[in-house]
Design a protein around this ligand. Structure first.
Ligand SMILES: Nc1ncnc2c1ncn2[C@@H]1O[C@H](COP(=O)(O)OP(=O)(O)OP(=O)(O)O)[C@@H](O)[C@H]1O
Ligand SMILES: [Mg+2]
Length: 512
């Protein structure tokens, strides 16, 4: 893919009618047009074509490629442009899609009681909500008097981990209420709302005359839709309130799932932005997460994986192993197996490989490079051809085959490729990873890389390859007081004194 001068990185809006007429003239579907671009070595994903044809801004590069494919002057397609100042790889203001412009789901928590909470109890509740990463909403004049507190989790776009965090917070609030004000009951209600909240943010059921009688005290009620999304982590029973179920307990299997994410609000926010930007503008990005051992790099990656799944993005992970060096544990091989979704048996993997390469319309002579990368036996004729190639010929061709595969796969859906623990990698691996990232940077592929701070290779080994690739570096520091306390709160079986001691001793390192 050609190198793009940075002055051509702005955003433009194209003429919908013109685009449709042109596409009709050549008689191609959006999918076939994306494939045609790919064959002509122009990187235009299906999502970019859809965006352009619905009047949403696209990269100037995408516009130029479309003009080229239609054989027209770019000026004939343009209706407007969005200037861009950023030139250093970091997303500029125009790069970042306005998350507020589109309405997105967040998780809404309401605490209701017929009694008012004493001032210290109210203070404690607010503190806990914040510890669990919730935003406490200001009361407005229309608020029902039974509402003690309202909060939102996962702004400006919630993922299922935000819902789990909200549920854990609700459990904690119920316990606090029971211990501080046992004579009066309270009810917690959790559901989806759209962000930004509108004036009618209150639950419609509050206005219903039967509401008060349906409200079961000392319980957590979850909106049916949300309960469905949480079904793998909690057990519920029917509730009297229509459209809601009553939370009973945490699912036993949930013991194996990681603790709800504590803190890291800023980092999670940045990951949400990177994802939204990639989905909108369909260009590559590197997220580089670094920090000392046990600080939470893999935990943050797990959070990111969950987000990508919910956005329908394909996500594959690999790790550099410290006892590595063995070909079988090579991260490129791990990623390739993932992207091609291969079975473990050689024969089956080989069959799947050939079928997929045929389906994607990639040249059949790439097969020998994929086989070599995957550790599969070569086809009879290819064996000698491959062996006869010297290293200087083989390496660039292998890279070319890899690039073609990743770019082709990402035409249909963005890819997230994770490589963990880069501090263990050797020079050869940096060379492949660096060149690969550079070569696929125009495709909607997010690379999420992690490294320990000690011997961090970013500057020494990788930076030279990544000069023209948008990159976000997240440096994880210790968890701050409130976040560390929230993590400790998830250990239900230990007393508060022991919890506090642990928080103090760990000095912000979640591993301890
Ligand atoms: N913010 C967090 N919220 C909840 N749990 C966390 C958080 N950060 C880390 N943990 C937990 O702490 C432990 C160590 O974290 P993790 O494995 O992510 O560290 P790491 O930085 O990847 O370490 P390493 O360099 O050894 O790979 C894990 O059990 C993880 O689930
Ligand atoms: Mg790790």
């Amino acid at each position: 893919m050609g190198k793009e001068p940075s002055t051509l990185k702005g955003r433009v809006v194209l003429d919908i009618e013109q685009l449709k007429i042109r596409r009709r003239q050549i008689g191609l579907s959006q999918e076939a047009l994306a494939e045609l671009c790919f064959r002509k070595r122009l990187c235009v994903s299906i999502a970019s074509i859809k965006r352009a044809e619905t009047g949403k801004p696209v990269l100037l590069r995408t516009a130029r490629h479309l003009a080229q494919i239609y054989g027209v002057d770019l000026a004939n397609l343009l209706v407007g442009s969005i200037p861009e100042q950023g030139d250093n790889g970091a997303p500029a203001a125009a790069d970042i899609p306005d998350l507020g412009a589109e309405r997105r789901p967040v998780i809404h928590l309401t605490l209701l009681s017929k009694a008012t909470a004493s001032a210290p109890l109210h203070g404690l509740i607010v503190e806990r909500v914040r510890q669990f990463g919730g935003v406490v909403l200001e009361p407005d004049e229309t608020r029902d008097t039974s509402v003690v507190l309202e909060a939102c989790f996962g702004t400006p776009r919630a993922y299922s981990s935000d819902a789990r965090r909200c549920l854990q917070c609700a459990e904690e609030l119920l316990q606090i209420w029971k211990s501080k004000q046992p004579a009066t009951g309270c009810t917690l209600i959790i559901g989806y709302r759209e962000w930004p909240l509108d004036a009618e943010r209150q639950m419609h059921c509050l206005a219903s005359p039967s509401f008060a009688s349906a409200l079961e005290t000392s319980s957590i009620l979850i909106e049916q839709d949300l309960a469905h999304a949480l079904s793998d982590c909690c057990v519920v029973t029917p509730a009297k309130l229509t459209g809601y179920v009553r939370y009973k307990q945490t699912q036993a299997a949930d013991r194996n799932t990681p603790f709800a994410m504590a803190g890291r609000d800023l980092e999670v926010q940045q990951l949400k932005t990177v994802l939204a930007t990639t989905l909108a503008y369909q260009e590559g990005h590197v997220v580089y997460i670094r920090g000392i051992a046990g600080i939470g790099k893999s935990r943050l990656i797990a959070e990111f994986v969950e987000m990508t799944r919910q956005d329908g993005v394909d996500c594959y992970a690999a790790a550099v192993l410290d006892f590595g060096g063995k070909e079988d544990t090579n991260p490129i091989r791990q990623l390739l197996r993932g992207v091609l979704q291969l079975e473990s048996s050689f024969a089956e993997a080989d069959r799947q490989l050939s079928a997929r390469i045929g389906q994607l319309g990639l040249p059949a002579d790439y097969l020998m490079f994929y086989r070599a990368l995957l550790g599969l036996p070569q086809a009879p004729g290819d064996e000698q051809v491959y062996a006869a190639m010297n290293h200087a010929t083989r390496v660039p061709r292998q890279l070319e085959a890899l690039v073609a595969l990743l770019v082709r796969e990402s035409l249909e859906r963005p890819l997230v490729l994770i490589i963990e623990d880069l501090h263990w990698a050797d020079k050869a691996l940096f060379d492949v990873v660096g060149r690969l990232i550079q070569a696929v940077r125009e495709a909607p592929i997010i690379w999420a890389l992690t490294s320990r701070l000690e011997q961090d290779p970013l500057e020494r080994q990788l930076r030279n390859y990544l000069t023209d690739v948008p990159m976000t570096v997240l440096e994880l520091g210790p968890l701050r007081g409130a976040a560390a306390a929230m993590l400790a709160l998830q250990f239900r079986d230990v007393g508060p004194n022991y919890r506090n001691q642990c928080v103090a001793r760990a000095q912000g390192n979640p591993l301890f």
